[in-house]
Design a protein around this ligand. Structure first.
Ligand code: CU
Ligand code: CU
Length: 332
């Protein structure tokens, strides 16, 4: 009898050890996701169809004075979209697109965001630009219900928004993220202003099903992308003029990979990160080469191109650039 108890105890320890050895594995992981066959990955270096239109990289314009009330509706839709050349799969979206729409306003503006859930499971939204009670304002809403999320933007920067429904990792990796830009006061005009959101893609073995949570937990992304699609601005370069002042807002939406935003062939004369200027033109002639961002950090850089040419932009973590986080400015 004693021997039986000891053996039983050893077995139970062994099973605990098995669970712990799955590192961060949770009970959610064991529920079906691991039974999927291995996903095929995302082939890189293939060109999209001629009809492909890159996501508009231009920053939205907010011509209204400070104090404006912005009324926005974000509708949650779970749908299959093209995430890479020849690859379509289910994504969870705000307004049917990944990333969700970029919102913009000024310090002192109020945002009244109507969140409508047309999905099949509970979802939510969390604006990093707001100071609200998470258990109240960021609450989950059931399918076919809606709520209004109201906040006043008291701080400037480029802020992430995302679904906060557990597992948050899965809801972000499935596409439920975006950005809101709150201009710092007296932001000077520039010739071109763009927004690039870096994130990862996780391919599913079944395009009608979510990607496996195990891949997300193990940080086994299939691609790293700007604005939701690998290498889209290599295939559709962003056209600018020589000596034009260019501002690029960059936000790392993750969920897990960092970013080191760099433009090959130029130097940043202005770097703004997490609500503060790190560099501005002055008599020291300081230059910046990369904007380093962890997930949920953002900022902008400003620069010009001295001569005509094709200027790639990358995350200088080249393992990620090699997996799709690369694009091109064409200066003429
Ligand atoms: Cu969600
Ligand atoms: Cu968050």
């Amino acid at each position: 009898m004693v021997a039986f108890v000891i053996v039983a105890l050893l077995l139970s320890f062994a099973s605990v050890a098995t669970v712990l050895n799955k590192s961060t594995g949770t009970t959610v992981v064991a529920a079906g996701a691991s039974s999927q066959p291995a996903a095929p990955g995302i082939p890189l270096g293939q060109s999209p169809a001629d009809s492909f239109q890159a996501r508009d990289p231009n920053a939205p314009v907010d011509p209204q004075p400070a104090g404006t009330i912005h009324k926005v509706t974000l509708t949650i839709v779970e749908k299959q979209i093209e995430i890479a050349p020849g690859v379509t799969q289910l994504m969870w979206t705000y307004n049917g697109e990944v990333p969700g729409p970029v919102l913009r306003g000024k310090v002192g503006d109020t945002f009244e965001v109507t969140l409508v859930n047309h999905g099949t499971i509970p979802h939510s939204i969390d604006f990093h630009a707001s100071k609200v009670a998470p258990n109240v304002t960021m609450r989950q809403i059931e399918p076919n219900t809606s709520m209004v999320y109201t906040f006043t933007a008291d701080h400037s920067g480029i802020f992430m928004y995302h679904c906060g429904t557990p597992p948050v990792l899965e809801h972000i990796a499935m596409g439920m993220y975006g950005a809101i830009i709150i201009d710092p006061p007296n932001l000077p005009p520039v010739d071109h202003e763009y927004v690039l959101l870096q994130s990862e893609l996780y391919r599913s073995s079944d395009p009608s099903q979510p990607a496996a949570l195990t891949k997300m937990l193990d940080e086994q992304w299939d691609a790293v992308v700007f604005n939701g699609y690998p290498m889209q601005y290599s295939d559709r370069p962003i056209k600018v003029g020589v000596n034009q002042k260019i501002r690029v807002w960059v936000l790392d939406d993750g969920p897990s990979e960092n970013s080191s935003f760099h433009v090959i062939g130029t130097i940043f004369d202005t770097v703004y990160k997490e609500g503060a200027y790190l560099l501005q033109p002055d008599a020291n002639h300081g230059g910046g080469q990369a904007l380093d961002l962890q997930p949920a950090q953002g900022g902008f850089v400003e620069f010009t191109f001295a001569v005509p040419g094709k200027y790639p932009f990358v995350t200088h973590k080249f393992a990620s650039a090699s997996k799709g986080a690369v694009g091109t400015f064409a200066a003429s």
